[in-house]
Design a protein around this ligand. Structure first.
Ligand code: DGL
Length: 258
């Protein structure tokens, strides 16, 4: 059986990339809801409904576990999904905890970049109030990065100017930038160039995949085959077969974009 990966579009490929490194023998089915992206500027109800539809599709393809490789869909739907399905469902969570732990000692601030919906959702707010006891965390929505990514535009003046525009003026007081949207690691190169050298840029991808591994192991459903697994990609229900598009996907996964 396969592991299902779901995102509003191509952002979840940044998580799948990590999964293919840590769990290369698993078989994957990736569903990006490109026709309905972006999710981050929609209402919680809309995102929940779209997420349920996508998961129903993946369930028909017999998945043994599901990674909601989207912070926005996780905050809108993960709790309800777990009430309906009994296979393991792993969601995304912005890496606030490690960022706060590190900066608590250094006296620097933490900037979280995410979608507008993720930042205003209760899940994120309660994460911050649990760990950010010294009030170090600031938030900045960056919805246009999702649009750029969906156009496979990961660098260049348009992207760079937008990032410069949305970054706080007093950027030197930050020690860490948390990428709280799975589309954003696709901009790591340009972010590294634009941000001061001493700022760490972190995401939750490795942690999510480690968690997936632990759960599969615990339930004894790891694929023990010694052969490399397969990946099939779907965009809103249609299998991706166009060679140019597949090439764009595979560039993200197998080359050093992320
Ligand atoms: N990739 C998604 C996330 O992690 C959402 C992007 C969007 O569709 O707005 O939040």
């Amino acid at each position: 059986m396969k592991i299902g990966f779901f995102d509003s579009g191509i952002g979840g490929l940044s998580v799948l990339k990590e999964a293919l490194t840590i769990l290369p023998n698993e078989n994957y089915i990736y569903f990006g809801d490109t026709d309905n992206a972006p999710y981050g500027t929609k209402s919680k109800e809309e995102v929940k409904e779209l997420t349920f539809k996508a998961v129903e599709f993946l369930v028909k393809h017999h998945i043994k576990a599901l990674v909601i490789a989207c912070n926005t869909a996780t905050s809108a739907a993960v709790r309800s999904l777990r009430e309906v399905y009994d296979f393991p469902i792993i969601g995304m969570e912005p890496a606030i905890k490690p960022a706060v732990e590190k900066n608590n000692n250094e006296g620097k601030r933490v900037l979280t970049l995410a979608t507008p919906l993720t930042l205003k959702e209760e899940k994120f707010q309660s994460l911050v109030s649990r760990f950010d006891t010294k009030h170090l965390v600031d938030m900045q929505p960056a919805p246009k990065l999702v649009e750029f990514a969906e156009r496979f535009l990961f660098e260049g003046p348009e992207v760079e100017n937008y990032i410069k525009e949305i970054l706080p003026r007093n950027i030197d007081q930050y020690g860490t930038v948390v990428l709280g949207c799975t589309h954003f690691p696709l901009f790591r190169k340009v972010l590294t160039r634009v941000l001061p050298k001493n700022i760490d840029i972190i995401d939750g991808n490795r942690g999510t995949v480690n968690h997936l591994y632990e759960i599969l192991k615990e339930r004894n459903i790891l694929n023990n085959s010694s052969e490399k697994g397969t990946v099939v990609y779907y965009q809103s229900g249609k299998q991706v077969t166009d060679p140019d598009l597949l090439n764009n996907y595979e560039r993200i996964i197998y080359q050093d974009t992320v």
